[in-house]
Write a protein that binds this ligand. Structure first.
Ligand code: PEP
Length: 270
């Protein structure tokens, strides 16, 4: 990521490195993981102001991780992996944004490809969840991305652009959101997009934010890349002007690897 200009002064978007644990680590394992990550960064004298760090544990870990972060003053933000489109009521198994806000979650992932694929979440459901997150003061991390079939048929950007357009329906211009471009073919495959591919689509997604929410929002909004991010490729993504961070799956579960991703500015000299 680099400085962008809003026409008057340069605007710098704070890089965000986000770890999506998926259905891994129970609440006891979560304690050990968060402590080890914190110690690894502290031992490496990581400058905590240089990169925002967020972890997205399973629902059942959230209270435990919240308590740990709070007690030990660990500079990590907390996020959930999903929320209900509804605020309360007869929705067995669902979790309200109100509950996440009470647990001091700042972020919530919405529309991850695994939710779209295994839970049949449509673009409209994603849009309703985005609105629910905003109602409760949560920052939605809106995931969009094309499958390999989409890529072949429509090219890289058409599907994620369409998904984001629908996801932003009814979102007010001042809303705080994060967008994550995650090509489905790159998730967990070891086959990351190239930095140029990520840049091209992230720039188009920023244009969607500009079209739907205005130019100021587009300048301010972090657009992340996700899909087989590792310590060996993170810097090449972060050099791109429209990539403001990463949503990391598998590598966010390995303390030293995730710490190295967070420290991308040091070990590769961005
Ligand atoms: C993800 O699931 O959001 C993801 C990017 O996974 P991975 O980093 O393992 O490809």
């Amino acid at each position: 990521m680099v400085a962008v200009t809003d026409g008057t002064a340069p605007v710098r978007r704070a890089p965000l490195i986000a770890g999506n644990w998926k259905m891994n680590l129970d609440h006891q394992q979560a304690i050990a993981f968060v402590q080890k990550l914190h110690w690894a960064l502290r031992d490496a004298k990581h400058d905590k102001g240089s990169v925002e760090i967020a972890v997205f544990p399973p629902f059942t870990d959230l209270r435990t991780v919240q308590t740990l972060i709070d007690a030990d003053k660990i500079p990590f933000e907390l996020g959930a992996q999903d929320l209900s489109a509804h605020d309360s009521g007869a929705y067995t198994g669902e979790v309200s944004g109100a509950f996440l806000a009470k647990l001091a979650c700042r972020y919530v992932i919405i529309g991850h490809s695994e939710r779209r694929q295994y839970h049949h979440e449509t673009d409209e459901v994603v849009a309703a969840k985005v609105r629910a997150a905003l109602r409760h003061g949560l920052v939605p991390v809106i995931c969009v991305g094309e499958t390999s079939e989409d890529l072949e048929k429509f090219g890289a950007s058409a599907v994620p652009v369409g998904q984001l357009q629908t996801a932003l329906d009814g979102v007010p211009a001042g809303a705080d959101i994060v967008v994550a471009y995650e090509p489905v073919w790159a998730i967990g495959s070891g086959q990351a997009a190239t930095p140029q591919q990520a840049q091209d689509v992230c720039a188009k997604l920023r244009d969607v934010v500009a079209e739907k929410l205005g130019g100021d929002a587009a300048d301010r909004t972090r657009v992340l890349y996700g899909g087989s991010v590792k310590s060996s490729n993170i810097a090449s993504f972060m050099r791109e002007p429209d990539v403001d961070g990463a949503l990391v799956g598998g590598a966010s579960l390995v303390v030293d690897e995730f710490a190295a991703i967070i420290r991308y500015q040091k070990h590769v000299g961005v």
